[in-house]
Design a protein around this ligand. Structure first.
Ligand SMILES: [Zn+2]
Length: 140
């Protein structure tokens, strides 16, 4: 199994993009990395200026807990897909904002389903429900 580095994450996002989001114009740089360990959220996306870039960069951060090998790769893919849906909807991306709030009335899950990712979403939800709290206690 490949080590879970930031460049490995980038490759997974690229594959996901090619498979499910290829119609989405990406007009700025999107970076992806493992961030801090968090009890409450699996990922986040922010839009911010970065040295060396003319335009603001979208940075997707994943909970560091997901670096642990006991977390299935589909969980990581589902979190990446969720964050990228925010990008698609114009939250923390240069794209036009399509909704008032990022988590309004199931818009993220609806978009994932529309893009053929319903099974991925279901698997991730089940795994997270059964394992996340336990994992939080064991992973440093
Ligand atoms: Zn979200």
């Amino acid at each position: 199994m490949s080590p879970r580095t930031n460049s490995w994450l980038t490759d997974r996002l690229r594959a996901l993009y090619a498979q499910s989001f290829a119609d989405v114009p990406v007009t700025n740089t999107v970076l992806v990395k493992f961030g801090k360990k968090s009890r409450g959220r699996l990922g986040s996306i922010v839009l911010k200026p970065k040295k060396g870039y003319d335009q603001k960069v979208s940075v997707i951060s994943l909970n560091r807990i997901l670096k642990d090998d006991c977390v299935p790769e589909y969980v990581i893919d589902a979190v990446l897909a969720h964050e990228f849906v925010h990008y698609v909807h114009g939250f923390n991306s240069p794209l036009p904002q399509l909704y008032r709030y990022p988590h309004q009335a199931g818009i993220v899950d609806r978009e994932l389903k529309k893009r053929g990712l319903a099974a991925l979403l279901d698997k991730e939800k089940l795994w997270t429900k059964q394992n996340f709290a336990k994992l939080w206690k064991t992973v440093i």
